[in-house]
Design a protein around this ligand. Structure first.
Ligand code: ZN
Length: 272
């Protein structure tokens, strides 16, 4: 039943890769505890993931949700009881949209013929994070610290990244995507480039996307520059300087992604 494969990305830092959605879940192990980064899209996947973590370490665990989207947050229940970290607005968003997300994605998978996944999503009992972060927090795992940062709205209005300084890497959630374009549903395109500047400013050699394989700084810089093009296209369309079809033509991303970005607020002041 368990699918996926491990990648060892640093000393006692592991990534579990899944075929479904090309998802990447993370694990950081200290001397006194471990941090699980995202929990998967349903409780079956979450329970498998929790069992895999147990095979690696018996130490007490904490969970970090990088953001509220179902594929990152719906597998949390099997990890309880444990602290669940997230941005303050992640909790608010899960409380506001969790049922809607569950219905939407259960229907999506059932209608696309993957009824097993749809049924699993429909059964999810939502879990709200109980350790809330506004800007930054240090999690001491014993002998190593993981630092959480929020650099502003981008993929969502509450993305958190997890810096593991001693392993020279950062978990970026869906702020960075490898193998597919960035996803703009609920995104803030105008702010996204500067948030990637924040990640690059951490200075790590390796960046771990929420979907896809580990990447380097050059990859993140290239994605930052593509996102800056999209941000400018969004601004120009909103200002009436450019037709939407022309923006789609000029975009570095496929039409459906660009149209999704164009449907979002184009200004930089829309959210705090
Ligand atoms: Zn996402």
């Amino acid at each position: 039943m368990t699918d996926g494969r491990w990648i060892e990305v640093g000393d006692r830092v592991l990534v579990r890769r899944y075929e479904e959605l090309d998802l990447s879940l993370g694990l950081v192990v200290g001397e006194e505890g471990c941090l699980v980064i995202d929990t998967g899209g349903d409780q079956t996947q979450g329970a498998e993931w929790a069992a895999l973590v147990r095979e690696v370490t018996p130490l007490p665990r904490q969970v970090l949700l990088t953001h509220s989207h179902f594929d990152h947050s719906f597998g949390t229940r099997p990890f309880l009881p444990c602290p669940v970290w997230a941005h303050r607005r992640c909790r608010a968003d899960l409380a506001a949209t969790g049922v809607e997300q569950r219905d939407k994605w259960a229907r999506h998978y059932r209608e696309s013929g993957q009824t097993d996944i749809g049924d699993r999503i429909a059964e999810v009992e939502l879990v709200l994070p109980d350790r809330l972060v506004d800007d930054t927090a240090d999690l001491d795992l014993g002998g190593r610290v993981v630092t959480l940062h929020h650099f502003g709205p981008a993929h969502s209005d509450h993305d958190l990244v997890a810096l593991v300084r001693d392993a020279d890497l950062v978990f970026a959630g869906d702020l960075v995507e490898q193998g597919a374009p960035p996803s703009f549903g609920g995104a803030w395109p105008a702010r996204w480039p500067s948030v990637l500047d924040g990640i690059l400013g951490l200075g790590t050699t390796t960046v771990l996307p929420g979907h896809g394989e580990p990447v380097d700084r050059d990859f993140v810089l290239a994605q930052r520059n593509e996102l800056a093009v999209v941000a400018e296209l969004c601004r120009a369309v909103a200002a009436g300087e450019l037709a939407e079809d022309e923006a789609v033509r000029r975009s570095p991303y496929p039409a459906e992604f660009t149209r999704s970005a164009l449907s979002r607020p184009a200004g930089i002041d829309a959210v705090g």
